[in-house]
Design a protein around this ligand. Sequence first.
Ligand SMILES: Cc1ncc(COP(=O)(O)O)c(C=O)c1O
Length: 344
Amino acid sequence: MRRTVDLRSDTVTQPTEEMRRAMAAAEVGDDGREGDPTVRRLEEQSAERLGTEAAMLVPSGTMGNLVSLLTHCERGDEVIMEAEAHTFTSEFGGLAALGGLIPRQVPGVRGALRPEDVEAAIRQPLTARPVSRLVCLENTHNHAGGTVIRREQVAAVVAVAHRRGLRVHIDGARIFNAAVALGTPARTLVTGVDSVTFCLSKALSAPVGSVVCGSRDFIARAREFRRMLGGTMRQSGIIAAAGIVALDTMVERLAEDHRRARRAAERLVELPGLRIDLDTVQTNIVNVDVSGLGTTAPEFLARAQSEGVQALPRNMRVVRLVTHRHIGDADVDYVVEAVKRIVA
Ligand SMILES: Cc1ncc(COP(=O)(O)O)c(C=O)c1O
């Protein structure tokens, strides 16, 4: 039977009934004045989960990353990041346009920066050179296919950065996917880093919101940049209430999304003309290279759309499939059968 299967992103997830009830009942205040009790609760819970002193709710992951970069850096500073980091490729160059920061792209290995490459990219402090101020990691790494950065990889980069006087920020939009995939608490993946952003609005299914975590001093300063960017909200306990439910109820189930992504990948890779690096299929994202079919990713996706399967192109050769809470086993089966018809 014909279905519609939306594999475009885990951001399409709808809030659960429990979230909607929590939002309706949330105790709220003015978070731009004396504070909002439900936001405070979410922030405390987030800091506890990530093992930091403090945390701050922001409307989006993009704003969380930008606020963090602005808080760590001065205009003209250089920020070292993986070549295909979301902050570089997909946040409209906000770090440069709004922060006056220079991105320094360093290619990683399946999304992970190698400490020796970070070290080589750090500039010696000489006159007339930009100052290398910050290293950004992304976990999981979206472009690399939802790959996980392990704690020892994080620790190795932190060690180099700190020894050379740089700070470290993690774009942990999907840090809980990484944590679940590795079977470790999220806090172990951010040990020693100076800040981390994570998203409530992706696979955790909350409608809105991300959280920035860091030291008390860092978060106090970050609150000033959040206000500058227009990210200070008022009765935002409405949003935070859903975020609390997301943290309480949506983390463990991410394993199901990972299992289904793996199942889809293992079956699709068997089909002629499709290439998938199964080693990168570690969480809920599958990069499928369709160039072997003699077609482009947009052409492939137009065919898929006519079969009821929605996904996004990564580039002209690669299609990205993302599993999430609304994708069940039968949807995976349906996608595999639809793709079989396309490649035939
Ligand atoms: C790795 C990564 N970082 C940051 C973001 C930005 O999050 P938002 O869409 O909430 O601005 C995304 C969104 O897809 C992402 O995948």
